[in-house]
Write a protein that binds this ligand. Structure first.
Ligand code: SF4
Length: 247
C-alpha cells in the first residue's frame, strides 16, 4: 500500500493555471501544510472534460428537470459533457484509493456547498453543490471532504487531517485482518476524535464494541468500519451539514 495518503484536490488550488481566466488559486496553506504524507491527486473537471483555458465562465442554472451547467454569456449547455466525463473520472479515481478530497469553493463544478444556482432571469434561485462535487460525494459518500474555505484555520486543517489519517489507519487495520484486541486498541486511540466529531455515531460504536461478545469478528469489523466512515465523513459539530450528492 502507498505509504502516502492520496488526497484529491481541485487542481487550481495547487497552482495549476486552469481557471477560466487562465489563472490559478494556489493555496499555500494546503499545498505546504499537509506534510510529506500526502500525495495530491489534482482534478480540474472543466479542463479535463475538454474546455479550453481561457474559456467563457460557466454557471449553474435551475431548469425544468434539474440543474444545468451552462456558459454564462452564450448559454451553451455543458451538463451532459460534464456528467459523462465525471462518470469516467470517478471510475478511474477508485484505483487511487483516495483518503478524501479538497474542493474549490463557489465553483459551479467544484463547489461543495452554497454554490449559486441561477434562475433564467439571472437571480439566485437557490444554492447547492457544483456538478463535479455532487457526483463525487454521491459516488464516495463516506470519504472526508471539505471546501478550501473551510480549511483556512490551522484547527480546521488539523481536524480534516485527523479524519483522513484515522480513515487510513482503519483501512490498514482492516486490510491486515485485525483481531478483537486490535479493534479495541484502534477504538481507544480514536474515541476522543470520534466523540468530538460525531457524538451519536461514537456512542453507536461504543455500543457495538460493548456487545460484540462472540459475534463473528468479520461482521463486527464490517459494522464498525461502516459506522466509523460515516462518523469521519460527517461535518464537524457547528458546521452546516453538507448537501452531499445534490445540487
Ligand atoms: S474550481 Fe475546479 S473547475 Fe474551476 S479551475 Fe479550479 S479545478 Fe478547475
Amino acid at each position: 500500500m502507498d505509504p502516502k495518503i492520496a488526497l484529491g484536490i481541485s487542481a487550481c488550488l495547487l497552482g495549476e493555471k486552469v481557471r477560466y481566466d487562465g489563472r490559478h488559486k494556489l493555496d499555500r496553506r494546503l499545498r505546504d501544510g499537509f506534510g510529506q504524507r500526502v500525495r495530491w491527486v489534482p482534478v480540474c473537471p472543466e479542463v479535463e472534460c475538454g474546455l479550453p483555458v481561457p474559456r467563457e465562465p460557466i454557471h449553474l442554472v435551475a431548469a425544468r428537470g434539474g440543474v444545468r451547467l451552462e456558459t454564462l454569456e452564450t448559454g451553451v449547455d455543458l451538463t451532459g459533457r460534464m456528467k459523462a466525463w465525471a462518470r469516467k473520472r470517478l471510475a478511474a479515481l477508485r484505483a487511487e484509493n483516495l483518503g478524501g478530497f479538497v474542493f474549490k469553493a463557489r465553483s459551479p463544478s467544484c463547489g461543495l456547498e452554497c454554490v449559486e444556482i441561477h434562475s433564467r432571469s439571472g437571480a439566485v434561485a437557490r444554492r447547492g453543490a457544483g456538478l463535479w462535487a455532487a457526483a463525487f460525494t454521491a459516488r464516495f459518500p463516506l470519504l472526508p471532504v471539505a471546501e478550501e474555505g473551510r480549511l483556512r484555520t490551522r484547527a480546521a486543517r488539523e481536524d480534516f487531517c485527523r479524519r483522513v489519517f484515522a480513515l487510513r489507519r482503519w483501512r490498514d487495520l482492516a486490510a491486515r485482518g485485525g483481531t478483537r484486541a486490535a479493534l479495541l486498541d484502534f477504538h481507544a486511540r480514536h474515541k476522543l476524535l470520534l466523540a468530538a466529531q460525531a457524538p451519536v455515531l461514537a456512542r453507536a460504536l461504543e455500543a457495538l464494541l460493548a456487545r460484540m461478545g462472540n459475534t463473528r469478528l468479520e461482521a463486527v469489523f464490517d459494522r464498525y468500519g461502516a459506522l466509523l466512515a460515516r462518523a469521519l465523513a460527517a461535518a464537524p459539530p457547528g458546521v452546516k451539514e453538507r448537501p452531499r450528492g445534490s445540487t
